[in-house]
Ligand binder design. Structure first.
Ligand SMILES: [Zn+2]
Length: 279
């Protein structure tokens, strides 16, 4: 369900008004910080949901009832006509963030294409919701220095990866570090093809685990703002996140590794099986 005027190539011409594709580094040269964990003394973790494929009405209710300040990283071609669902989520306290127009693996792509994917979704979300996102999650968690430059040029304040993944069975996997939830963890909830638990049930299960550990859900934007540059992990390092999409660690699937394709919706059916992964 591609719509006319939404394709990346057409976007880049508009973007070029401010900076020609292939120009030098972004002002300051560093680009936005890349975070997968936020150092904090607060007993909080951050729940982030990817793509926008699962539209579970009970999840909206859960976010409302529990006042969960979750972050939704949305891909335009996945959400398609489903933006009303995310408007409801936003109305009950979720924040809506950028996960590209069409979910490509950005690493290695030219500046113009990367910028079109990021800036295009900034504009899309702004036109739908009147708010310009500050956070960006690269599809599959893969990015390079060009991604950071493009993100900076599109007004992104931080590139958000994850240390923890919640899978379709409600189980947690860890990309690095301790195999338990700790304060400041960023938890990614990817779209999965046939989850055994609904999004609401998976989230409720995670909330019970948080309670047992004395943790609660924090608002990622607030804590990133509060923590500032010290939250940075891997600023500008281009190889790190790509490495995490490799083979399983510790005998189990890496949280950043291949996952089952997300649930089918019209844009997905056109894709080769296995194209859609975690994040
Ligand atoms: Zn994704």
């Amino acid at each position: 369900m591609h719509r006319a005027g939404e394709r990346a190539g057409e976007r880049s011409a508009q973007d070029g008004a401010n900076q020609s594709p292939g120009d030098g580094p972004a002002p300051g040269g560093g680009g936005p910080p890349v975070v997968d964990h936020v150092p904090t003394d607060d007993g909080v973790v951050f729940l982030t949901y990817d793509d926008g494929a699962e539209r579970d009405p009970r999840f909206v209710e859960l976010v409302r009832e529990r006042r969960l300040p979750v972050s939704m990283f949305l891909t335009d071609s996945v959400v398609g006509p489903g933006y009303a669902h995310f408007a409801r989520l936003r109305a009950v306290g979720a924040s809506l963030q950028n996960h590209t127009l069409d979910h490509p693996a950005l690493r290695g792509l030219p500046y113009a294409g990367q910028r079109a994917e990021i800036c295009g979704q900034q504009r899309k979300l702004e036109s739908r919701f009147g708010v310009r996102p500050h956070l960006f999650r690269p599809p599959y968690g893969t990015y390079d220095a060009t991604t950071l430059r493009a993100a900076a040029d599109c007004g992104i304040a931080a590139v958000v990866l994850w240390r923890v993944t919640l899978d379709g069975d409600g189980d947690l996997a860890y990309t690095r570090g301790a195999h338990r939830l700790t304060r400041g963890d960023i938890v990614s909830v990817p779209s999965v093809d046939t989850p055994s638990l609904s999004l609401a049930d998976r989230t409720a299960r995670l909330l019970r685990e948080l309670e047992e550990r004395g943790l609660r859900v924090g608002r990622l934007e607030d804590h990133l703002r509060r923590t500032g540059p010290s939250a940075v992990r891997g600023r500008g390092r281009s190889g790190r996140s790509g490495a995490r999409s490799g083979s399983p660690r510790d005998g189990r699937r890496s949280a950043g590794g291949p996952h089952t394709p997300v649930r089918t919706s019209p844009p997905y059916r056109r894709r080769a099986a296995g194209h859609w992964h975690s994040a």
